[in-house]
Design a protein around this ligand. Structure first.
Ligand code: CS2
Length: 446
């Protein structure tokens, strides 16, 4: 965008956790390379949009001041699903979350992303600076409304005037961002160094594909992001549902089934004919039928592109990166479409198969080699597995009890519980390969 428009928009990056990105970028004047990799080659681009990087745990006051600055017009967030400290089933602020408890006690020295935002917005309000646009870029449905809910709720607990001001003046457009970005490895840096002639510690490796669809509701000035391909829309829903269900739902499918079959990367799992066919069938028969038609979105083409992108062997994408935080991801990716199908008297046996594989993964039974379950509910999952003592029915009952994941309606659906128990038992007895090969088609069940 800056290449095409010039102008003085710049990015102040904030890390809510580690100092790694700051330590990589600061010594190189915040310049970094983006390497777009495909089987036909690598394209390198230097990005000069970043002006500074702050590390919240080292200096929360600097982050609060940056949010409050009159020159700050747009605050984008990419903090992963769990970074919003919300209950995925209700969408409300998780007021028992350790970071939220901390931030309620220490509002001017916050730790969480919502806490930092509220502190910065409070300073902004006190200084009489206009309310900004807060733009969520994470994989959550209605992600703008999701952030608004937690920010306004936290603000209301601390300062009701601030909450009213935010509700009336700040905007929280939803957006859908799509680009596959595996964590950069030391090998990536060495490989790029051969092409670049310099060692870029802040290198970002990605695919050629990129998409950013944004609701056009800005509180103040709006950067001309359309110059770099962003699309402005009135309603994000059709775009986000297509992405969360078809792309992210297929990703999670490949992660839990692929890891169980001994694969490490998405493109390896995609080269397995059984898995590929299963993902195609899941998208076509169970997920795509839950989507509303949208202008400019051809479902067949969209599915074909996803398969192509997942096959990109020039961009190894670890299945374990996708498998983490499943309790925060599965609700919007697979459980919501499954529940909609059940409500319409249909079934979704492939989605059920993936949920069973996810349960086994979280119970520590999902890979032949030892692995760590990386999930905010990992301790709870371990306890459920211990209590179940190898019984599929016990596992399913324990997982369905996690109300933040399944929600009351799905947990109470007797037919779903039965089917999930049967499939989990089959996977435990006959293995994932047999389950994937069987590729159950639609059945009706009550
Ligand atoms: C992935 C996403 O890690 C995951 O769960 O499904 O990060 C995915 O790569 C991006 O949403 C692609 O846009």
């Amino acid at each position: 965008m800056l290449d095409r428009s010039g102008g003085d928009w710049r990015i102040c990056g904030v890390s809510c956790r580690s100092a790694a990105v700051h330590d990589q970028l600061a010594p190189q004047d915040c310049l970094y390379t983006v390497a777009e990799r495909s089987v036909s080659g690598t394209r390198l681009r230097l990005v000069q949009a970043m002006a500074e990087v702050l590390v919240a745990p080292q200096n929360p006051a600097a982050v609060i001041a940056a949010i409050a600055r009159p020159a700050t017009h747009l605050i984008t967030l990419t903090v992963t699903e769990k970074g919003y400290c919300r209950d995925p089933a209700t969408g409300r602020l998780d007021s028992r979350h350790a970071d939220i408890l901390h931030d309620l006690q220490n509002p001017s020295n916050p730790r969480s992303a919502p806490g930092l935002l509220v502190a910065g917005l409070r300073a902004r309000h006190q200084n009489g600076v206009a309310a900004p646009t807060i733009l969520c870029c994470d994989n959550l449905p209605q992600n703008g409304a999701a952030v608004r809910a937690v920010v306004v709720e936290l603000a209301r607990r601390l300062d009701p005037h601030l909450a009213d001001w935010l509700e009336g003046n700040a905007t929280f457009p939803s957006s859908m961002v799509d680009r596959i970005v595996p964590a950069t490895t030391p090998d990536d840096i060495t490989q790029a160094e051969q092409q670049l002639g310099v060692r870029d510690l802040a290198l970002v490796v990605t695919e050629p594909f990129t998409q950013w669809v944004i609701e056009d509701r800005f509180a103040g000035p709006r950067p001309p992001l359309e110059l770099a391909g962003a699309q402005w829309v009135d309603d994000i829903r059709p775009f986000e549902l297509a992405k969360l269900r078809l792309l992210n739902g297929s990703h999670s499918t490949l992660a839990y089934l692929g890891l169980a079959l001994g694969y490490r990367f998405v493109h390896e799992a995609m080269a397995d004919q059984d898995l590929r066919t299963l993902v195609e069938q899941l998208m076509r028969d169970e997920l795509a039928p839950t989507l509303a038609p949208a202008a400019g979105l051809d479902p067949r083409n969209y599915q074909r592109r996803i398969l192509e992108r997942f096959g990109n062997s020039a961009l190894p994408y670890p299945l374990s990166q996708i498998a983490m935080d499943g309790s925060q991801k599965l609700p919007q990716r697979l459980l919501a479409p499954l529940q909609e199908r059940l409500a319409n008297g249909r079934s979704a046996p492939l989605a059920v198969l993936v949920i069973a594989a996810w349960i086994l993964y979280c119970a520590g039974l999902g890979r032949s080699e030892p692995y760590k379950v990386d999930d905010p509910l990992a301790t709870r999952f371990r306890e459920i597995a211990q209590r179940a003592g190898g019984s599929a029915a016990g596992l399913v009952a324990g997982f369905l009890d996690c109300s933040g994941v399944f929600g009351a309606e799905l947990a109470a659906a007797a037919g779903f519980r039965r089917q999930l128990t049967t499939v989990t038992t089959q996977l435990m007895q006959h293995g994932v390969r047999a389950g994937v090969r069987a590729r159950p088609g639609e059945t009706t069940h009550g």
